[in-house]
Each structure stands twice: as C-alpha cells, then as structure tokens.
Design a protein around this ligand. Structure first.
Ligand code: NAD
Length: 494
C-alpha cells in the first residue's frame, strides 16, 4: 500500500516513487514519466518522488470515472452514505499514520495533523448523514411538477497543502454522497496523504469512482480543461483561480466552478472589550500554531481602536513570543515549518517591505536560529503594528504567521479599514455593544463573520468567500447540493 511504503521510507530515509491512484489502482509510473521531488519542509529532506500524471493520467482518471458513473449513479443514496461512513472509518483506523505522513509532508505539528484528521473524518460522517437530503421539490400547479437533484458525473476537485487528509476526506465525501465520481488533485507540495486516502477507497467503491491524480499546475490545468469534467472546485490562491477560470473558458465548454480562495481577514476590536480576552482571540485567530498562519480564514488584519491598541498589542506580542517553534514530530512543538522556502521568503519580504514603509515589528519577524531548524522553512510568529492603510501588508495575504495591526478612531474608519482590498473571506468583530455588533455584521464584506469569537467553525455551517475570496461555499448541505445539478420535470396529467 502507498501509505505503508511511505511510512517505511520515513523510517528508513528513502524516497519512493509514488504514482497516481486511477481507476481503482495505484499506478506504477511508466518509463519517462516526469517526477517531482516531495520535500519535508521542516528538514528539507526528500521523502518521496511524485510521478506527474499529466494530461494522459487525467484523461485515464476522467474516462474511468465516466465509465464508473453509469452504475454509481444508480446506487441508492442511503447506500452511498453508508459507503462514505465506511471510508471515514478506514481513514480513522489509519489516522495516526496519516497524521505522521501529513506532519512530514506539510511541516505542521503532528498533534495538529492528528486533530485535523479527526475533523476530516467528522466532516465525511456528517456528509454521509445528509445523503437523503439531496432531494427536490414539488409545485402546486396543474399536472405534476417537480425538481430532481442529479449528480454532475465526474467532478474535479483541486486542493491545497495545508490540511491534506482533512480536505481529501471531506471533498471526496460530499462528491460521493451526491452520486458523483471524483478526480481529486492534491497540491504537489503535500500530495502524499491524498494518494493514500485514495487507495483506502479501493474495494469500497467501484473502480473509477475515485481517482487521485498527482502532479503540478499542468496536471491541474488538464483536469480543468477535460471535456468530461463539467464541475470543478478549487481551493488555493486568487491568482491561480483566475487562471483556472481562464482555462475553463478556453476549454470551449461551460464549466461550473467553486473557488475557495485567500483572504486578508479583519478582526475589529472595539474599546469596550476585555483586553485579555481580546488579546487571546487575536492570537488564536492567526492560527500561528497548527498551520503557522497558513490558513485562509486567519484573521491576519487587526483593526483595533487606538485607545486600547497599546495594552492589547503588548499582550499579543508577549503571547506570540512564547509560542514554541520546533520540528513537527516533536511533541513539544506548537508551531512547525512553513510549506516551502518560497513561503518563508514571502514572509521575510512582506515584513521587510512593511518596516521600510514605517511599520514596526513587535514580535518575531525573522528566521529562528536554532541549529535543528536550520534546514527547514521556519519563520517566527510575527506581530507588526503601525501598518499603514493601503500598503501591501494591510491588504495582501501573506499566508504565513504575520499579523498586521492598524488602528482606528471611529466606527466609520473601522469599517473602511476592514473592507479595504479585494478579499472578502472571514471577519471578526469584538465588542460588548450588541447594536454595534449587528451594524458591523451588516457592513462587513465577508462571507463568514464571527462576533466575539474567531477560528471556531461548525461543519454544518457553509464557509465561502465574497469578492476575490471565492465563489460558492463548502461544508454541510450547501456543499453537497452544489455537487448536484437541478432538473425540473413537467408532467401533464390528461
Ligand atoms: P495556489 O494557488 O498556489 O495553488 C496551487 C495549486 O494549484 C497547486 O496544486 C497547483 O498544482 C495548482 N495549479 C496551479 N496552476 C494551475 C492551473 N492553471 N490549473 C489548475 N491547477 C493549477 O495556492 P496554494 O499556495 O496551494 O494555497 C494557498 C492559498 O489557498 C491561499 O491563498 C489560501 O488562503 C488559500 N486557501 C483557501 C481556503 C479556503 O477554504 N478558502 C483554504 C485553504 C487555503
């Protein structure tokens, strides 16, 4: 099995070649297949070599999906739900192994990846429980009028690197529950657990119902262009999403895309809050631990009333400075490595340009100097204040552990700062004034808003961005229904 081969290699220091899981089988790559190195970002060590499926592999996966769909769409919904529940059980049974693989592959702490897998399993189980909710309506008109929710056929799902097993589990589950076959493409930066989970579906679903294609951007683009794949979802950056929209249009077919993209999410803190509680929330909202700030929903833009900025930021900086950075497999580690040296360079660049523009580093801001971290892509948890509105650090996503703090004097200014830039994913409002809280919810350009909370999310609640943060929503029934297309039927009764 892919998972056992990879775990064995982690133990022994090898780097096996892994291929895609297509049509029910882990493919042995043919001679001449391009191979990408898979590096553990915390050590720089090569842990696998990834055979790029390319256009031909995507075609094999899509065609096997099309063939499998003929029978799979006839499987009763309740049975599909039971199959997804069994998939969750299989993932759960290998959770420790998958977490270890993800920790090496992503640089995220092992405990965080273990919790992530629990979440992925829960999302899959909840999706399974919604199988019978995929249904239409009737209309009180002459004759018999009803709608049906039909699967798309083969759906293409592209995911990013920060929660590999969790995303794989959840994306497969919702597509399968709705009656689709799936071709999933993980990020080439952390592809391994997706391939392992793909293989866990062998013998559970008919061959071809699930394929996981490995590869880089060209392989993703081939999936977007494939004529059999009319429904696509992508989790990643706005820049790539725009390319995907263009690729989809260039295919000559109309495609339906859901896009789960980035954000520069504001957390608004008004002067009536408890400063200790607010400071703790600001730190938690950054997701410094678990994913090193590499979370789309991180509240990385603090918009705080000038009168309390001093004491709150002092507490934030103190808490952030205590975060323990270390190797992902060290049980004491709270914060691991970024996904790549390029990601670290992005943090270094963003902080240095901000300070050159007058901002001030209150905590972190550099590369840790511990010898055992020297080969990894580590960056300190960072707090930067005096960030000027309209500058790069105020408006652009860093996708790393860098919090940008801006101050405001009144509510109008707070809203303007929060809505600045092109994103609109999450936002948080901290105040004890209920009228103000609802005014803020109404004024914020974001698809998901917390009031006096951050980070907490419940699986049934849809999550999706506005503006350049995306199209559509994931989780719960919303996502499952998006995995279907609607047919209306008009029956004349004579
Ligand atoms: P990215 O845009 O660099 O995505 C890279 C992925 O896209 C890779 O797998 C690559 O192979 C593929 N790709 C590149 N070009 C392609 C093309 N033309 N066609 C098809 N596929 C192509 O993003 P990333 O660095 O992997 O992820 C970070 C981003 O993801 C951040 O912006 C983050 O906010 C966002 N994100 C969003 C959510 C959400 O739910 N909204 C969740 C996690 C991450």
């Amino acid at each position: 099995m892919i998972l056992d081969t990879l775990l064995d290699a982690l133990d022994r220091g090898g780097a096996p070649v892994v291929g895609s899981f297509i049509g029910g089988h882990a493919e042995a790559p043919a001679d001449g297949t391009p191979v990408l190195d898979v590096l553990a970002p915390a050590t720089g060590r090569r842990i696998a070599r990834l055979a790029d499926a390319g256009e031909a592999g995507v075609d094999r996966a899509a065609v096997s999906g099309l063939e499998a769909f003929r029978a799979w769409r006839r499987v009763p919904a309740r049975e599909r739900g039971a199959i997804v529940t069994e998939l969750a059980a299989r993932v759960s049974a290998r959770a420790d192994d998958l977490a270890l693989l993800d920790a090496h592959d992503t640089g995220n702490p092992l405990a965080a990846m273990r919790a992530d897998i629990t979440k992925g399993v829960r999302l899959a189980r909840e999706a399974a429980g919604l199988a019978l909710e995929v249904r239409g309506e009737t209309f009180p008109l002459p004759g018999h009028h009803y709608t049906q929710r039909e699967p798309w056929g083969v759906v293409g799902r592209m995911i990013t690197f920060n929660h590999p097993t969790m995303f794989t589990c959840a994306r497969l589950a919702t597509a399968l529950v709705a009656g689709n076959c799936v071709v999933l493409k993980p990020s080439e930066l952390a592809p391994l657990s997706a391939l392992a989970v793909g293989e866990l579906t062998a013998g559970l679903v008919p061959d071809g119902v699930v394929s996981v294609v490995a590869g880089g951007p060209a392989t993703g683009a081939a999936l977007v262009r494939h004529p059999a794949v009319r429904r696509l979802t992508f989790t990643g950056s706005t820049a790539t999403a725009l390319r995907i929209q263009a690729e989809a249009a260039a295919s000559g077919h109309v495609k339906t895309l859901s896009l789960e993209l980035g954000g520069k999410n504001p957390i608004l803190v008004f002067p009536d809050v408890d400063v200790d509680e607010a400071a703790a929330a600001i730190v938690r909202g950054m997701n410094y631990t678990r994913v090193q700030g590499q979370s789309c929903g991180s509240t990385s833009r603090l918009v705080i009333h000038a009168s309390i900025a001093g004491p709150v930021l002092e507490r934030v900086a103190a808490a952030v400075s205590r975060i323990r950075i270390g190797l992902p497999t060290d049980p004491m580690t709270e914060m691991g490595s970024l996904i790549s040296p390029a990601a670290r360079a992005r943090c270094v660049g963003a902080v240095s340009r901000a300070t050159a523009a007058g901002a001030r580093v209150l905590a972190g801001g550099g590369v840790p100097d511990a010898a055992e971290l020297a080969e990894g892509a580590f960056f300190e948890p960072t707090v930067v204040d005096r960030v000027r509105p309209g500058t790069e650090l105020a408006d652009e996503e860093v996708f790393g552990p860098v919090l940008a703090a801006l101050t405001f004097e009144d509510e109008t200014e707070a809203v303007a700062l929060a809505n600045e830039g092109a994103y609109g994913l999450t936002a948080a409002v901290w105040t004890r004034d209920i009228d103000r809280a609802f005014r803020m919810v109404d004024a914020l350009e974001a698809g998901y808003v917390w009031v006096n909370d951050v980070e907490t999310r419940f699986p049934a609640v849809p999550f999706g961005g506005w503006r350049d943060s995306g199209v559509g929503a994931e989780h719960g029934l919303e996502e499952i229904l998006s995995m279907t297309r609607l047919r209306a039927v008009n029956v004349r009764i004579g």
